[in-house]
Design a protein around this ligand. Structure first.
Ligand code: FAD
Length: 399
């Protein structure tokens, strides 16, 4: 057995001496539980299964399903997705390389996108990845949520919504923006007040298929961009206070979003494809930790980037990939590698994502009020390098 790390604490040392690291060994160590089957969970599951681990993935919903998401995927993940055979072959994603930004009063600015992206619905992409995971041997348990996860003596004890109790030596938390588990784990961000609301539609409309637009309105912003099969994603982030004030989503849209002339015309002259909008609320952009009580967090569970950056999905995919690479590198040898794995993941995750999350939070402050959105359009018109700098600092390099 190849043990590179010297035991640091007495606890690890006695564990080492007890020989438990070596008992039942490889088979048990190779069992991994993943909580949540969004992009970060599915990518981790596929990668770890390909690396020879036995993976159990719990997803509380049943595929396929819609999610609140702008569904614009930054091209930084394209080489990886292609190389690893992760993209569905039967659909043609929309290629997007132009960006438009409008103020509440309807002033607009257009820019080319250096890196660009593609549009593909989560309904299609997540279902495709879930099928692939099952086909390749991942044990994907749908409609079962994990309700508690505690770490004791090098083991996680988990309880599921259908009453199962199980143990695992390694757990990945890929359960998204916010979950009951965050409260159970007493994560600090959970106590911060949040007023955000996310709403998504699929529409058919007259709009360029190679452009993504971000339209400001009082208290939020709304994106529109093409996805597969000639349809478009229309997704906005607003505030729960305004929803309360106007009483319904429709009334709020008419009173608030329609003040931006671009949004008014999109809402009035499009066909809405979904029966009703997808809605989420109470999520937070506050900093989180990539590891919490030894659970390795991936995607939004490790940190949620503001949607205006258009790369939360790329970060979820990338974090799932780096996490599984590090697990494959360190874990099979022994649980003694846990501290090393945790240190290295924290280091790599921070180097790749922490600054992007910070720039995203700061940039979002320029959105959502009449004066700040006017200022942002004017500033970017006269100083185009500003917009480029924001894009560069919120996006990663293709991998
Ligand atoms: C309004 C809005 C617009 C956005 N637009 C874009 C965009 O255009 N482009 C972009 O790149 N990003 C965008 N994002 C961000 C992007 O949606 C997320 O970053 C991405 O979905 C994160 O993926 P994930 O796998 O971490 O989490 P998710 O995709 O949220 O997946 C988490 C999964 O875990 C499951 N789950 C939760 N709790 C449990 C549990 N206890 N047990 C079992 N399963 C559980 C959930 O059902 C879910 O399926 C947007 C976000 C918002 C809010």
């Amino acid at each position: 057995m190849n043990i590179k790390l010297k035991p640091k604490s007495n606890r690890y040392f006695s564990f080492y001496l007890s020989g438990r690291y070596n008992r039942g060994t490889d088979r048990v160590l190779k069992e991994i539980v993943i909580i949540g089957g969004g992009l970060s969970g599915l990518i981790s599951a596929i990668e770890l299964n390909r690396a020879g681990f036995s993976v159990r993935l719990f997803e509380k919903k049943k595929y396929p399903f819609h999610r609140v998401c702008g569904e614009y995927i930054s091209n930084e993940v394209l080489p990886y997705m292609k190389r690893s055979g992760l993209l569905p072959k039967s659909v043609e994603p929309a290629q997007i390389n132009r960006f438009e930004f409008t103020s509440i009063k309807g002033k607009s600015l257009r820019l080319p996108l250096d890196l660009g992206g593609f549009g593909l619905s989560r309904y299609t992409l997540d279902q495709h990845l879930a099928h692939l995971a099952i086909e390749e041997g991942v044990q994907l348990i749908q409609q079962v949520g994990v309700v508690s996860c505690e770490f004791e003596e090098e083991q996680f004890r988990l309880q599921t919504s259908d009453g199962q109790e199980l143990t695992a030596p390694l757990v990945i938390g890929a359960y998204g923006k916010r979950s009951l588990l965050d409260t159970r784990l007493q994560r600090s961000f959970i106590h911060q007040k949040t007023d955000f609301l996310g709403v998504k539609y699929h529409i058919r409309t007259d709009f360029p298929r190679d452009q993504i637009s971000l339209h400001n309105f009082e208290g939020g912003y709304c994106g529109i961009s093409a996805i597969e099969n000639g349809t478009y994603n229309l997704c906005y982030m607003g505030s729960r206070d305004r929803l309360k004030k106007y009483g319904s989503i429709e009334a709020m849209e008419q009173a608030v979003l329609f003040k931006n002339p671009f949004l008014r015309s999109i809402f009035l002259y499009s066909d809405f494809v979904l029966e009703k909008p997808e809605v989420i609320n109470a999520f937070s952009f506050a900093p989180k930790k990539p590891i919490e009580k030894h659970i390795l967090m991936a995607g939004d569970a490790a940190g949620l980037i503001t949607p205006l950056c258009g790369n939360g999905m790329a970060m979820a995919i990338h974090s799932g990939k780096i996490l599984s690479d590090l697990v494959a590198k360190h874990w099979p040898h022994s649980t003694l590698q846990r501290p090393l794995l945790e240190r290295e993941y924290t280091h790599v995750w921070s180097a790749l994502f922490r600054k992007r999350l910070w720039v995203g939070r700061k940039t979002q402050q320029l959105f959502g009020s009449t004066w700040s959105s006017e200022l942002a359009v004017n500033a970017m018109k006269h100083l185009p390098f500003l917009a480029k700098a924001i894009m560069r600092n919120t996006h990663g390099k293709p991998f």
